[in-house]
Design a protein around this ligand. Sequence first.
Ligand code: SF4
Length: 240
Amino acid sequence: MNPALRHDYLAALGLETWVERSAAPPPQVSAPTDREAPPDRGAPVVREALAGREAGVDWPELKARVAACTRCALCSTRTQTVFGVGNPQAQWLVVGEAPGAEEDRQGEPFVGRAGQLLNSMLRAIGLAREQVYIANVLKCRPPGNRDPSLSEAAECLPYLEQQIALIKPKLMLAVGRIAAQNLLHTEVTLGRLRQQVHHFGLSRVPLVVTYHPAYLLRTPTDKRKAWEDLKFAREVCARV
Ligand code: SF4
């Protein structure tokens, strides 16, 4: 990327300077061992029972099923479902937690200020929003933006699993603690999940964790760490 353009994108992230560490070692992409695997999280029986529920479903049918879904109580408080948006053959799949108020109104994930920051973060590593696919663990907004419950996440995850099966991304970027913990079935903190290559589910898609843009808007001092995560993710994707 043109250095001046990169500078502009980084400035949009609130990062005024960037010095490439050419001597930095490449990330280690390796299958997790039992020792590396984070501890499992609750409701495994529910998850296993529901895993693969949408297997084999094509895009139109999957969209229709989500739009009509009443599998958890969030169907009664949503304005509309938020299925996901982007390139269905994307190399990068960005996964957040759940729709917020604006997403619930517009029916699209990551809109508003957090969405603009996500777009800037992606542009900083040379990706347009239209090049990636963006989705959430949950397709409906939890009232008051509360954290999703385990059962809500378990009921909704099969939709995302089938989106992943259809997209076949090279890399998943989990943004925020809730998304990361639900995708990896762990209670390990985001700070400890960053800067590692995880693997999602049976498909073993490489997964990298970073901060949610809404958090970065509240805590701009962590934008530099997010930039490190994005560079790490780009390097991992290049090596897959
Ligand atoms: S959150 Fe997911 S499981 Fe719950 S009603 Fe919405 S689409 Fe269905």
